[in-house]
Write a protein that binds this ligand. Structure first.
Ligand code: CA
Length: 223
């Protein structure tokens, strides 16, 4: 996933770039509106993070120019102002979402993920039925409810969600979550599956971890 950052505050641009790079995104930063528009028009980016107050063309003019050139890349607009008029103007100009400065890293990542998800892009979240697993934060969620997982619970849930309806054997879980060197035995897997079942219930999820003798575990969800 390639992300363009158009932000004249260089320190902020760098910190956003580092944050995105740490999540596996390819991020590039430019520092004025003209360059931002020229890069954006190339159409090679999956998302553009665009500051409003920029030297040369401002963010709204950049967004408008991109839309005029039929560039459909989603635009996340950053602004220090949060008045309703500003938001409406930004959205009218072609921004998909508005984030008011100062924002925190999690807020930015959530917006980036939401916009990329709309594009069908790679996100750091797995979903099965009504449950979601945030791979960055280690949170298991269902609707608005979330619960934090321990490292082992997270590892087991991740493997189960990746497999979905397919079976994952206890041996495979031991190997992937505990590692070859560990003294853990299959009983450990059963204990952690028990914890996960409780947590799924605690957030009101309909996802169930089903056990099938000799085959292992798989997920089931109510339609
Ligand atoms: Ca600025």
């Amino acid at each position: 996933m390639k992300i363009l950052i158009v932000e004249d505050e260089k320190l902020l641009a760098e910190s956003i770039r580092d944050l995105l790079a740490a999540r596996g995104f390819q991020a590039e930063a430019v520092h004025d509106g003209e360059t931002g528009a020229a890069y954006g028009e190339l159409g090679v980016y999956d998302l553009i993070i665009l500051d409003v107050m920029l030297p040369g063309l401002d963010g709204r003019q950049v967004a408008r120019r991109l839309r005029e050139k039929r560039c459909g890349t989603p635009v996340l607009m950053l602004t220090a102002r949060s008045g309703l008029e500003d938001r409406i103007e930004g959205l009218d100009a072609g921004a998909d979402y508005y984030l008011t400065k100062p924002f925190d890293a999690r807020e930015l990542l959530a917006c980036v993920n939401a916009l990329l998800r709309r594009q069908g892009g790679q996100v750091d979240e797995l979903r099965w039925g009504d449950a979601s697993l945030d791979l960055a934060a280690g949170m298991l969620g269902c609707g608005e409810r979330q619960v934090r997982l321990s490292a082992r619970e997270f590892g087991v849930m991740r493997e189960l969600m990746r497999a979905g309806a397919r079976h994952v054997s206890k041996e495979a879980l031991l190997e992937k979550v505990w590692g070859f060197e560990s003294n853990a035995v299959e009983n450990h897997v059963e204990v952690y599956v028990g914890f996960l079942r409780k947590k799924l219930r605690s957030i009101g999820s309909t996802v169930r971890i089903e056990a099938v003798r000799r085959l292992g575990y798989h997920l089931e969800a109510e339609a």
